[in-house]
Design a protein around this ligand. Structure first.
Ligand code: NAD
Length: 237
């Protein structure tokens, strides 16, 4: 492989697993004891807003008790060091995760395509606010004063954020790396095919082969804390 310049890294729930945050498909078809369709769709929110808000209030509180792990920290280091090693070096993290562990691991250039636990979105005025407390008590939007805040999460059936920026980053990159994602949720699951069409090198780091594993030039299997740290060490050596 020729030395890459711009790197796009897609991450999924697997990179946060060793921080103690449940993955999506790890719990025998349930996510944190709930069926996805009961808590992670706009229809669920319309049907039973209290259930959905309570669920996300618990998740928002829980992630604040967790810490980033060695894999997040390694990606933060890569983003800082890579431009010093390679002319035009750039690292973009595209995450499906709604936790903030990449940021706490030192990454700055992070696209949260599925939203963020620590953000609330006002459906009345479209403002977004950093939010660490509960939403169940229907607090007022700090911008417009209405009580129309919801979790700033892209639910199933909604359109992921910043797809244009992701496609531009892929078009300008030479290496695509996928870490800890099952390859079951689209459009993220399709990024490896797009990367191949654009001529990028592709690498998968995961505990087990993802559904799109055959699209990758190379797959390395193991826990993210080990694989990502080793990969970053080698790249920066
Ligand atoms: P997923 O649960 O479908 O798949 C997780 C993947 O991570 C699996 O392929 C598994 O083999 C791998 N994995 C598990 N432990 C690992 C480890 N220690 N090291 C490396 N890989 C490991 O997750 P997904 O593909 O991200 O899709 C699920 C959806 O659920 C996403 O849209 C995401 O928004 C949401 N989600 C987010 C979080 C979070 O923010 N931390 C947690 C759960 C679910």
């Amino acid at each position: 492989m020729t030395k890459p310049h711009a790197i796009v890294i897609l991450t999924g729930a697997g990179i946060s697993a060793e921080s103690g945050i449940d993955t999506f498909r790890g719990g025998g078809g349930l996510w944190e004891q709930h069926r996805v369709e009961d808590v992670a769709t706009p229809e669920a929110f319309a049907r039973d807003p209290e259930l959905v808000l309570r669920f996300y209030d618990m998740r928002r509180a829980a992630i604040q008790t967790k810490a980033s792990n060695a894999a997040h920290v390694a990606l933060g280091r890569l983003e800082r060091e890579w431009p010093k090693r390679v002319p035009g070096g750039e690292v973009t993290v595209v995450t499906q995760n709604v936790d903030d562990l990449h940021e706490r691991g030192g990454s700055l250039n992070v696209i949260h395509m599925h939203g963020e636990h620590l953000s609330a979105w006002c459906t009345a005025c479209d403002a977004r606010h950093r939010w660490t407390g509960p939403l169940l008590d229907r607090p007022r939007c700090p911008a417009c004063g209405t009580r129309a805040l919801r979790p700033d999460i892209v639910w199933f059936g909604e359109i992921p954020y910043r797809m244009d920026a992701i496609q531009t980053a892929l078009a300008e990159a030479d290496l695509f790396v996928s870490i800890g994602t099952s390859g079951a949720v689209y459009p993220a699951a399709g990024f490896v095919r797009l990367a191949r069409e654009l001529g990028l090198q592709t690498l998968e780091l995961n505990l087990e082969r993802s559904q799109g594993s055959t699209w990758f030039h190379e797959t390395r299997l193991g826990p993210a804390t080990e694989l990502v740290t080793n990969w970053v060490d080698t790249l920066l050596a």
